[in-house]
Design a protein around this ligand. Structure first.
Ligand code: NAD
Ligand code: TYD
Length: 363
């Protein structure tokens, strides 16, 4: 028995595979294109008899067909995606290619494979699609959190492409009977996250005394989920989830971006003092277009049906994350390629807001 993980060399995929194998799960075959966000080093230490990495695209139907024929996975966990909202605004094409067309091609091959399975194998087979709370759009301060019944209202090319993939997965269950499960989780944080995302970006900029770029007023709210809790939740949904259903996964830790950044600054002040508070490095910059104000997740279905609740509190999780980035400078070095530095120059190279513009954010 094998399971197949797409996007396994990325942040959540890596943590999921490590957690899966540590729990004694079957061998894993990973399909990953190794885009800028994928890092084969993450998976190098895994035992060779329990993990195989195949470099390729979820949209490559011949390759997917060959993997399904060769490995006969009893489950496919689809995590492969383009994932950074700012990049999706800068250039949405690859998001449509991978998240929409890639998912479609993968589903087509999985449908073909599923249709040829023996009855027992078909009964046990699952396709689990990992998605995001961003498909639900943006909440006001007093709105109730997203449930699985909240209507989709994506606001960025990233979230629109993920919403499209969620719809395809749903349709393949309804139209073809594919045994699917979908999870929509909140913002993850923890080890192995590519440093373009908020928390690792702030840790690494703080360490090197670079500005800490806050979009707009920094009062946008995210619900933070420690990545190992997310990995455990995915495994629980795979084992216990009802076929065709969607499960929201939240961290129960709603924080504004400024709160998160200030907490990182306090941790860095303790661990890597620079003679002044790291918070002095905070710089407000132009807001992200269409920036969602608040995400919040209602995980009642996950906890009542599956019995899953996150274990990590935000303070411990953040401290663990800061320590991991401090303790792994060679990993950090390995992911900061020339292309990544170019992205930073391109995206953050514009002039910071002037005093008047910052005052207008506060009013
Ligand atoms: P990531 O960007 O760190 O990793 C994505 C991985 O997918 C990389 O290894 C990349 O090489 C691979 N990939 C990209 N295009 C591919 C393709 N066409 N074929 C095969 N592999 C491809 O992303 P992540 O944070 O680990 O996210 C994993 C999944 O979880 C995504 O589907 C994302 O939408 C979802 N998600 C992430 C978060 C979060 O906070 N990180 C929150 C909610 C949902
Ligand atoms: P991000 O990590 O990109 O995740 P997402 O957009 O999927 O929620 O961003 C988290 C929040 O942090 C979001 O509100 C945007 C904000 N942010 C900044 O203020 N500055 C930054 O440099 C980045 C990358 C994000």
């Amino acid at each position: 028995m094998t399971i197949m993980v797409t996007g396994g060399a990325g942040f959540i995929g890596t943590n999921l595979i490590i957690t899966w194998l540590a729990q004694g799960g079957e061998p894993v075959v990973t399909l990953d294109k190794l885009t800028y966000a994928g890092n084969s080093l993450n998976l190098n230490l895994l035992p060779k008899d329990r993990h195989t990495l195949i470099v390729g695209d979820i949209g490559d139907r011949e390759l997917v067909r060959k993997i399904l024929t060769d490995y006969k996975p009893r489950a496919i966990l689809n995590l492969a995606a383009e994932t950074h909202v700012d990049r999706s605004i800068d250039g949405p094409g690859t998001f449509i290619e991978t998240n929409v067309v890639g998912t479609f091609n993968l589903l087509e091959e999985v449908r073909r494979h599923y249709g040829a399975l023996e009855i027992n194998d078909a009964e046990n087979f699952r396709f689990l699609h990992v998605s995001t709370d961003e498909v639900y759009g943006s909440l006001g301060p007093q709105d109730p959190p997203f449930t699985e019944k909240t209507a989709f209202a994506p606001n960025s090319p990233y979230s629109a492409s993920k919403a499209a993939s969620d719809h395809l997965v749903r349709a393949y269950h309804i139209s073809y009977g594919l045994p699917t499960l979908t999870t929509n989780c909140s913002n993850n944080y923890g080890p192995y996250q590519f440093p373009e995302k908020l928390i690792p970006l702030m840790i690494l900029n703080g360490l090197t005394e670079k500005p800490l770029p806050v979009y707009g007023d920094g009062q946008q709210i995210r619900d933070w989920l420690f990545v190992t809790d997310h990995a455990r939740a995915i495994i629980e949904v795979l084992n216990k989830g009802r076929v065709g259903e969607t499960y929201n996964i939240g961290g129960g830790a709603e924080k504004s971006n400024l709160e998160v950044i200030r907490s990182i600054c306090t941790l860095l002040d303790q661990r890597k003092p620079i003679g002044r508070p790291h918070a002095d490095l905070i710089e407000h910059i132009r807001d992200r277009p269409g920036h969602d104000r608040r995400y919040a997740i209602d995980s009642t279905k996950l906890s009542s049906e599956i019995g899953f609740n996150p274990q990590m509190d935000f303070e411990t999780g953040l401290s663990t994350t800061v320590n991991w980035y401090l303790d792994n400078p060679s990993w950090v070095e390995s992911v900061q390629s020339g292309a990544y530095r170019q992205w930073l120059d391109h995206h953050y190279g514009k002039a910071p807001l002037n005093g008047q513009e910052i005052d207008s954010l506060k009013s």
